[in-house]
Design a protein around this ligand. Structure first.
Ligand SMILES: Cc1ncc(COP(=O)(O)O)c(C=O)c1O
Length: 424
């Protein structure tokens, strides 16, 4: 029965903080125990020191607002300038480079497409436009295309799961304003041929975006570690913009990504919102967001300073070592095979398929989940997908032991599982 407040469930009195703390700790027990069973993606952890420092920086700025950077919060403006300089170093950014600090990879991709779309319109492209991406590109691009009513053409990838550049070229028509490659793609951890895509973009005068949301804070360090990292960033002629997530392998708290573009001028002209037609005068924001978390800006700034090149060599090494060990480990288990089928590891991602009709890989995933892991299921090919983080290094042995035991049991008992669309 509702009382005069017309509320059913809204707390009427405050609750003592000690009780809330207890409840929060209880609630956390509902989640996958990621400390002992490293999760595919979702969170990025590499020890308590990094966690404490990223949180301290975040908390110090939890009340401030990115909207006021350079207006009231001059410290945020200074941090963003430093992040700009560091990104310019890391990604071969030209002097003309523009940068937008966004809430995540999804917003960075949205901003790239919006900027390119506005530029295309200004250059006279009319009617329903389209963009062309490899089949492996992230669904955030579909979201942006849906919002902006742009047609999206996903082109099948080649046998190595790389963007098929001739097929993408064949799909281009007079309404195409944007193409994309990933470095690396989320499903398979593979580099699309960015140099070839750059040449294609220049030939057709089309915007090329490189999605480095996953790879942005792995690729430059994997290269220093000796991995064969192809040219993939603003160094490549024809790349007009790229995205790199700070809240993944840069170890910022969540809500941090960068959209970098070759020309600040395009940012000023086609990305920045400047709205004047309301009572308060000009309201200007660099991107879609209004108020935004300053904690993630401070956290990103602090973590790049704290870890530096030396620190990121360690975190990238852990992620790449874990990927190599997991890949080699599953290839050594009878009936299992990593999705790249023996090709060298490129990025920190792997996926386990069954090559034995007696071993249902979804039944293996179900057993692993029951044992405390969370297995992402991939549909093409049917596999258990691991987006590998540095923390996985601590769980390699246990995972390989558990998956070997699960395979044994599935084979012995003829267990069957089902692909579950929702287990991203
Ligand atoms: C390649 C790639 N692009 C975009 C995204 C989306 O990033 P976010 O979840 O930060 O919006 C991801 C997330 O994993 C990704 O791996």
């Amino acid at each position: 029965m509702k009382d005069a407040t017309n509320m059913n469930t809204f707390p009427q009195q405050g609750t003592p903080w000690e009780q809330i703390q207890k409840e929060l700790h209880e609630l956390k027990k509902l989640d996958v125990d990621w400390l002992n069973h490293p999760l595919p993606g979702y969170l990025y952890y590499f020890g308590e020191e990094i966690l404490e420092n990223q949180l301290e920086a975040h908390n110090l700025y939890s009340l401030e607002n990115g909207l006021g950077a350079g207006v009231t919060f001059f410290s945020l403006e200074k941090m963003l300038k430093d992040i700009y300089d560091w990104a310019q170093d890391l990604y071969h950014g030209p002097e003309t480079m523009g940068m937008t600090f966004t809430s995540g990879g999804t917003e960075s991709l949205f901003e790239a497409i919006r900027t390119a779309r506005n530029r295309a319109r200004a250059r006279g492209m009319e009617g329903r436009l389209n963009l062309i991406i490899p089949y492996t590109a992230h669904p955030a691009i579909d979201k942006a295309a849906q919002i902006m009513e742009i047609d999206i053409i996903r082109v099948p990838v080649d046998a190595e799961y790389r963007a098929d550049v001739p097929a993408m070229a064949a799909a281009i028509n007079d309404k195409t304003f944007f193409i994309l490659g990933s470095a690396v793609c989320y499903p398979y951890g593979i580099y699309d041929p960015i140099e070839e895509l750059g040449a294609l973009a220049l030939e057709h005068d089309i915007w090329l975006h490189v999605d480095g949301c996953w790879g942005g804070f792995i690729n430059p360090f994997a290269k220093q570690l000796g991995y064969a990292v192809p040219k993939w960033d603003l160094e490549v002629p024809g790349v007009m913009s790229m995205s790199t997530d700070l809240h993944k392998f840069a170890f910022s708290t969540k809500g941090a990504s960068l959209m970098l573009q070759r020309y600040q001028e395009n940012k000023d002209t086609y990305e920045t919102f400047s709205i004047n037609d309301w009572p308060c005068g000009t309201y200007e924001t660099p991107s879609f967001q209004g108020s935004s978390g300053a904690g993630s800006i401070a956290s990103a700034w602090a973590m790049i300073k704290f870890l530096g090149n030396e620190g990121y060599l360690k975190t990238a090494k852990a992620a790449m070592d874990a990927t190599v060990q997991l890949t080699d480990g599953v290839n050594a288990i009878e009936g299992l095979r990593d999705v790249r089928d023996g090709a060298p590891v490129e990025g920190n991602s792997m996926a386990v398929m069954s090559i034995d009709p007696e071993v249902d890989i979804m039944a293996v995933a179900d057993l692993l989940d029951a044992g405390g892991w969370h297995c992402s299921r991939m549909r093409e090919p049917l596999s258990i997908k691991h987006s590998v983080t540095p923390h996985h290094l601590s769980g390699v042995e246990k995972f390989l032991k558990d998956i070997a035991a699960a395979v044994e049991k599935v084979r012995r008992e003829g267990l069957k599982g089902e692909y579950d669309e929702r287990t991203y």
